[in-house]
Design a protein around this ligand. Structure first.
Ligand code: AYL
Length: 527
């Protein structure tokens, strides 16, 4: 059995020997193995890099960055849609110990400025269409002297350093940097975790290599044969590790798409003979229901991975009835690099399969704190090499999530069945998920409180079949004001990325229910 006497659940998969090397050393060794095979292709332009060329390009860029003064511990922001050069920048930075903080390309300048400032990014990489936003983000905080001193651009623009220039470097400044894989940070994505505003998640080189191993030992990936579609955004941990570097680690060509455009997506599936599709439930919904999804589009697919949000059993059934394709559901968090459990072969409708290798899990009774047994519901906790080092400059939030025994408390409610398959039932934490993307209520509440007519505000998620949850605001008006729903919606729209809009609407109430300590009683609002 995977259950211990103390109700600790282990992985049914044997522990792997995870190489204790830097991320670039590991990925470069994979490049040496797959040589002239195609690594990354931009679907629309056909621009592509082989493994050998990609590694060479990364070394040149790393040398150029060193020449420009960047060194171990510095942070570079990447604010870009999915392009092949994303992987090159990531590899170049990691090879010299420079940390990448990936930013959501749909962020408004205001949202971006917060991440740039908090991460103290010294430079930012972007693409032409996003340059105005990036410039605005950098300049908006002029009084605080933005840390970003340089912009690297794909293409050419005044005042920016073209990536093509970095690629012309002769590579001679490529330094010998010593990296401690279990301590040094590889990436700094932002996540709100269980409560509050987005925080910088410190993922080490080892965290990310471990998760690549944990996933490839759980699912069936034919190295050098399978083909991946890079449709999920690389700034998010799902697109970053399981998709982008999962492809590169396994010698699978990665076909990048900068956005979800249904006809282009379907054409890419077909023409590029995609065999493994990483998706989120709204993409499965589209594929289950839309008449334009033909047999030809999906004929090369071997299976679909669904993660980042719950996949309803009904949708699962509808999808498999139409397409006869297995769905492997995965569960995890940005804070766990991200995968905790993944299904293969589909164990049970609605399940996420067993815990990945080298990890153990337990189900904590929310009231008593004791570990629960098979079928009993509680908070899912995980221990393993994929668990983050912590939140940047936020020891309190780190301690709240990872206890002194090393257990990370996910804030999700679920259970493990007798065979060890994980089912997620609910969320204990306040996070809202729209199409698998994070909408931290605290962020919207902070924005709402800056509205001149708003006395108090609270945001919760309301269930929505197509998209997961929709953010809905409860507003207490200031005396003698009469702001209406429209005014609130518009006010928020101008300040946040599209996925954070108040699609659940606005309700005006007299008072926000709060606990004696001032915590918003979200359950009460939900009811
Ligand atoms: P973040 N079912 C239900 N809820 C889920 C699932 C799932 N399969 N996966 C993630 N969540 C929710 O940081 C859950 O509330 O990472 C969790 O705490 O954006 C939160 O999303 C974490 O949100 C993969 C591919 C896992 C991706 C991911 C997760 C990346 C999302 C496994 O194979």
């Amino acid at each position: 059995s995977v259950w211990s006497k103390e109700n600790i659940v282990r992985s049914p998969i044997a522990n792997a020997d995870i190489p204790n090397v830097s991320f670039s050393e590991y990925i470069f060794s994979r490049c040496d193995e797959f040589k002239d095979n195609t690594a990354v292709i931009d679907f629309e332009s056909g621009r592509n890099y082989s493994y050998t060329v990609m590694k060479g390009a990364a070394i040149k860029v790393a040398s150029a960055l060193t020449r420009l003064g960047y060194k171990k511990g510095d942070v570079i922001a990447v604010y870009s849609a999915n392009v092949p050069e994303y992987s090159i920048i990531m590899l170049a930075a990691s090879s010299i110990g420079v940390i990448v903080t990936p930013a959501n390309p749909s962020y408004t300048p205001g949202e971006l400025a917060i991440q740039l400032e908090h991460s103290k990014a010294k430079a930012a990489f972007t693409i032409l269409p996003l340059l105005p936003n990036l410039k605005e983000a950098i300049n908006s905080k002029q009084s605080l002297a933005s840390s970003v001193k340089e912009i690297f651009i794909l293409g050419e623009a005044e005042g920016c350093r073209p990536v093509s220039e970095l690629l012309k470097d002769d590579g001679t400044m490529f330094p010998d940097v010593s990296i401690d894989p279990k301590n040094d940070i590889l990436i700094l994505p932002y996540s709100s975790g269980t409560t509050g505003l987005p925080k910088g998640v410190m993922l080490t080189h080892h965290n990310c290599i471990a998760n690549l191993y944990q996933v490839k030992l759980a699912v069936d990936i034919k190295q050098g044969v399978d083909r991946f579609l890079g449709i999920l955004p690389f700034y998010h941990i799902y697109g970053m590790i399981p998709v982008q570097f999962g492809a590169i680690d396994n010698g699978c060509p990665l076909i990048t798409l900068p956005k979800f455009d249904p006809p282009v997506f379907l054409r890419a599936l077909q023409e590029q003979k995609i065999s493994i599709l990483h998706a989120v439930p709204p993409i499965l919904l589209f594929m289950a229901k839309h008449p334009s999804v033909s047999k030809e589009c999906v004929q090369n697919l071997k299976y679909i991975v669904s993660g980042a949000a719950p996949l309803g059993v009904g949708l699962s059934k509808e999808f498999t009835e139409r397409h006869e394709l297995p769905i492997y559901q995965g569960y995890g968090l940005t804070e766990t690099s991200p995968v905790i459990a993944i299904d293969n072969p589909p164990a049970k409708l609605g399940s996420n399969g067993p815990v990945v290798c080298n990890s153990t899990a337990k189900v904590k009774d929310v009231e008593t704190g004791r570990s629960l047994g098979p079928g009993e519901e509680g908070e899912i906790c995980i221990k393993g090499p994929q668990v983050m080092k912590g939140y940047l400059n936020n020891q309190q939030a780190t301690n709240d999530m990872i206890d002194s025994d090393g257990w990370l408390h996910t804030g999700d409610i679920g259970y493990f069945c007798e065979e060890g398959n994980l089912v997620i039932e609910d969320r204990l934490k306040e996070l809202i998920k729209y199409k698998g993307f994070q909408v931290p209520p605290a962020e919207l509440e902070a924005i709402l409180l800056t509205h001149p007519s708003v006395q108090d505000a609270a945001v919760i998620g309301v269930q929505d079949a197509g998209t997961g949850e929709l953010p809905k605001a409860f507003i207490v008006r200031k005396p003698n004001t009469d702001v209406q729903e429209d005014g609130i919606l518009k006010f928020v729209e101008e300040k946040v990325a599209q996925h954070k809009r108040l699609r659940g609407g606005v309700e005006f109430i007299d008072v926000i229910p709060k606990s004696p300590s001032g915590k918003i009683l979200r359950r009460q609002l939900r009811e």
